[in-house]
Design a protein. Structure first.
Length: 78
């Protein structure tokens, strides 16, 4: 339960969840672009990857690698 609260405590991670609920199956590049354009949040890809890992650890986000890309989905079953 601590992982869940830690994951949703950060406003940037909540923005990711909002974007994934709105449009599932996004790559890291798409999430970076939407975060900047829609929310005005500029972060490096490394920082965004780390935030996504926290969401995955809390089982809020699922990811699947397809070739060179990794796509992310909101886990509605959590």
């Amino acid at each position: 339960m601590d992982d869940l609260y830690r994951a949703i405590a950060d406003p940037t991670r909540r923005a990711f969840l909002d974007d994934l609920i709105e449009r599932d199956g996004q790559s890291l590049f798409e999430l970076c672009r939407r975060l900047t354009m829609k929310h005005g949040i500029g972060s490096s890809r490394q920082a965004i990857s780390q935030r996504l890992e926290v969401l995955q650890s809390a089982s809020l986000v699922m990811a699947r690698r397809e070739g060179r890309y990794k796509f992310h989905w909101f886990n509605e079953n959590h």
